[in-house]
Structures are given as structure tokens and as C-alpha cells.
Design a protein around this ligand. Structure first.
Ligand code: ZN
Length: 143
């Protein structure tokens, strides 16, 4: 009879220990996710794509996984510049279609890293990957 009473008691004690470990793990995970992790990632980490035409900012879009499509139809010196730009769920942006002759912009493919850029010189369009405050990127469309 005594043995039978002790067994559940031991079982309960072990359950409490396991429960305690689970609670501690869960608490650490929550502490990490909600308190510590946001502090490590600076607000500059959100990447933005800056879309320029003739050095004029047309769109600034966060590459946060949201899918957007921009159909640009711009007139310049009696030429029509047509581009289709898309953002993807993998935090990238790309020129999908363009009416430029060289298609360098389309062939550049997806970009997502700060400092990268997509240039369409015939259409005077440049997409620069930067932070929320600064477009960073090689190349320009001056001149
Ligand atoms: Zn192009």
C-alpha cells in the first residue's frame, strides 16, 4: 500500500520538474523574442527600395515580404518609358518587364541587399536599395 502511494507522489514530482523546465524554456524564448531580439536588430535593418525616374523619387517601398506591383508609364522627351516592377515575399524587388532595348534591368533580376541597384538607363529609371532614410546604390542617372 505504501509503495502504491509513493509511486504517484514521485510521478507528480517528476511532472512538476518537467513542467518547470518547460515553463523556464518558454519564458526564456518569450523573453528572447519579445524583449531581447528587437534590441539587437536596429531599425535600419528594414530594407527599402527607392524607385527613381530622372532623379525624381516615384516610390519608396519596404522590402518586408509584401507583394507589390508598380506599373510605370512615364513620358520623357516624347518617349514612353514603361516598366513593371514587383516586390516579392522573399524580400526582393525586380524589374519584370521593360520596353527598353537592352533589357539590362530585367536581366539584373531580384535584388534585396543594401547598396544593390537596378538601373534602366534607356528609361532613365534606377532602383536603389537602401534604408528608410537613405537610398544607397551604385550608379546614377545624372547627366
Ligand atoms: Zn531597361
Amino acid at each position: 500500500m505504501e509503495n502504491n502511494k509513493k509511486r504517484p507522489a514521485l510521478g507528480k514530482k517528476r511532472d512538476i520538474i518537467i513542467l518547470g523546465i518547460v515553463v523556464i524554456l518558454l519564458a526564456s524564448w518569450m523573453l528572447w523574442s519579445f524583449l531581447l531580439k528587437p534590441r539587437f536588430s536596429s531599425p535600419d535593418e528594414q530594407v527599402y527600395a527607392w524607385i527613381f525616374h530622372e532623379n525624381e523619387l516615384l516610390h519608396k517601398v519596404a522590402l518586408d515580404g509584401e507583394i507589390h506591383t508598380f506599373n510605370l508609364e512615364l513620358e520623357h522627351d516624347q518617349e514612353i518609358h514603361k516598366l513593371q516592377i514587383e516586390t516579392y515575399s522573399d524580400y526582393t524587388i525586380a524589374v519584370v518587364k521593360s520596353n527598353c532595348p537592352d533589357k539590362i534591368c530585367v536581366n539584373t533580376g531580384k535584388v534585396s541587399i543594401m547598396g544593390q541597384s537596378i538601373a534602366c538607363l534607356p528609361n532613365h529609371v534606377i532602383i536603389k536599395i537602401g534604408s528608410q532614410d537613405n537610398p544607397i546604390g551604385e550608379g546614377g542617372i545624372d547627366g
